[in-house]
Design a binder for this molecule. Sequence first.
Ligand code: ZN
Length: 502
Amino acid sequence: MNEKFAELKTRLAEIHDIDKIHWVLNWDQRTMMPHGGAAVRAEQLATLEKLRYEKFGADDLGRLLDDLRPYEESLPYDSDEAGLIRVARRDHAKARRVPPELRAAMARTASVASEAWIEARKQSDYSLFLPHLQKNVELKHKYVECFDDADHVYDILLDDFEPGMKTAEVRAVFDDLKKDLVPLIAAIAQKSDAVDDSCLHGQFPVDRQREFCLAVIKRFGFNANSWRLDPTVHPFASNSCTTDIRITTRYHQDFINAALFGTMHECGHGLYENGVSPALERTPLCRGASLGLHESQSRMWENLVGRSRPFWRYFFPKLQAAFPSQFGGVSMETFYRAINKVQPSLIRVEADEATYNLHIILRFELEQEIMEGKLALRDLPEAWNARMKSYLGLDVPDDAQGVLQDIHWSSGMLGYFPTYSLGNIISCQIWEKALAAMPDLYDQFERGEFMALREWLREALHKHGRKFTPTETLAKVVGGPISVKPYVNYLQSKLGDIYGLN
Ligand code: ZN
């Protein structure tokens, strides 16, 4: 049996290698590659995708997994070996559903569309992007057809990012969230001038922004031996293994938030991948359990840590030293209130903690309508703008600040957006547990110490990688299923304090 298991490990390691080469090429495309490489890069990515899924869906891999069933049943459920066989079996079953040629077509189309999106966004011209989006969505429909009928067509897309979760469950969670969130945002709107965030706008030389961001994430665990930080159009985190973590950010010369909080966010993703048990390296278990759990980590470091008072008690004097003309005369409290200002805005990634979720709900609804065939893609900008008006009260001046702002639909990532808000919700569930385990956590932050939090997260969550399902993983950390209560309590208490609502 050990021989068969060793064979399985070898084969899975090869598949994982192909996957990670794909990730590195994708990182390269989005940070380093000259535009001229785009057409051939799309073919390279398509080849890798086809190869990976041919290997994953192979008949003899299925036979090997069948042969290993008695061995799996003899092992404890929690063991790495049982986890590997279990997850490989699920991945294999899913891989067999989809022809590798379709996988290749999806990768090729997404790669070409991403390049087209960059240009369309630059020119703020949706018509340049529309034909590429149409191809992506067409392929998504073909992809959905590979699977048995689901309760909702969107379930199949969601499953790629949040395995096991159903559209109806997400709707119920979001309805729950809206119940408390909408009145909170409305109450804050009545006091909108209580917070002045003008100090965040000004002149922030990019090299000093980068230096400061690095100083922050070094405290979180970034080190030059295993990490990189590079600029990009749409920030993301990537990695080739647990000791090669690539994070990206974008700098606005006149607004410091994008790089500052974006870098902490991506570092949170990086810490999750960096924290997976080394024993799981080069296996399909070597990554986060779901995008929702991943986002719980990025949002935690960005918001629960990075937008907290104790964090800035340590870092604000350093920020003042880095940007003396900008912050020299600003009090820490003014700055703290500024970075937590709630104000409906056009761009999701720069949205405050409360209105952020409305950006997600908007996209979640539009994606369902697209997949249900209720919304024609040529009408998407109009539908986007109408919902921005109704949810956030804003007029969208152009498509770059509207429907073209996110990379996801160009990369074929439909079904991804809800995981952002799920991550917000989960982050606060985990946060409650972390605070209970380390009551002096905020004192540590005031001293610039973040290692205890990182190690606690590693032990509670990161090390498991993808060994357990997202539901099992969440239950291990917080003792139960997803619940909006801790998140709502957190927002009500923090924002109520800032806006004098409590
Ligand atoms: Zn993220």
